[in-house]
Design a protein around this ligand. Structure first.
Ligand code: NI
Length: 257
């Protein structure tokens, strides 16, 4: 049997899927999408991701609050996240990190909850899904201080330099590669993909965001992942099928499935 695609980062609880979520998710397996990690972003989504994982056998959940959303966290809500981490099919803590591009919350608040959620991952022996935008140095500093190489995980939608990629690869992290690798202005990411070992790449959409070419600008879904596999295959000089097979195994190792 041909290897199926492992979608390592999606947000199917998002309201952009309100109209056709059931139909879309029911069409995944027949279109070659074998496994999906649905990732928490808002505090509310940390309830929804667990529900979706309970409804669909091929969907797993990550529980965590995105840096843009951490202002809502307090000890009581954090205790709720801890309870969610104990649920069946929760395979990671994420997405967590720092976002100085949107700068929705103060850097102090972002750092505090990033650290706390890294500790949560350590407590439950779960890998982390890292979101980091325009915050390369602070993210790396915190991860080193927290010995994140012992926790493991993925830098989702990797957007930094080759030098930074080497730092994370040396810590044993995977890099999530998505639609940006198909963009004409995605040269920096193409360099990273060219350099990095194949066994550290995982495929992701971050849907509903970041559709690859030729669907750039439209709502994204895991059904667009063949375009990402194709672009990676071109850079690496291998077939899309090989990319799919290897990244499937990588994601299984990452999420311990
Ligand atoms: Ni995301």
């Amino acid at each position: 049997m041909e290897a199926m695609i492992f979608e390592s980062h999606a947000h199917y609880d998002d309201e952009q899927f309100e109209e056709d979520r059931t139909e879309l998710l029911n069409s995944m397996q027949e279109n070659g999408i074998g496994t999906i990690i649905n990732v928490g972003a808002t505090f509310q989504s940390c309830t929804e991701v667990v529900q979706l994982a309970q409804e669909y056998p091929f969907i797993y959940a990550a529980v965590g609050v995105h840096p843009d959303e951490v202002g809502i966290l307090d000890e009581e809500r954090f205790a709720y996240l801890r309870e969610q981490c104990k649920k069946d099919k929760v395979v990671a803590v994420g997405e967590i990190g720092l976002d100085y591009y949107w700068d929705n919350e103060s850097h102090g608040i972002q750092k505090k909850w990033f650290q706390r959620q890294l500790e949560l991952a350590r407590e439950f022996n779960l890998p982390v899904i890292i979101h980091s935008r325009d915050a390369a140095k602070d993210t790396l500093d915190i991860m080193k201080a927290e010995n994140a190489e012992e926790i493991g995980g993925v830098i989702h939608c990797f957007s930094y330099s080759l030098e930074m990629a080497k730092e994370y690869l040396n810590m044993g992290f995977y890099l999530g590669i998505g639609g940006v690798v198909t963009f004409n202005n995605g040269r920096k990411l193409k360099e990273v993909v060219e350099y990095m070992p194949l066994d550290r790449i995982v495929l992701e959409t971050d849907c509903p965001y970041l559709s690859p070419v030729p669907n750039r600008g439209k709502r994204n879904s895991s059904l667009n992942l063949p375009y990402v596999a194709e672009a990676i295959g071109q850079i690496k000089g291998i077939s899309p099928e090989e990319v799919i097979k290897i990244t499937n195994q990588n994601a299984r190792n990452l999420y311990r499935l």
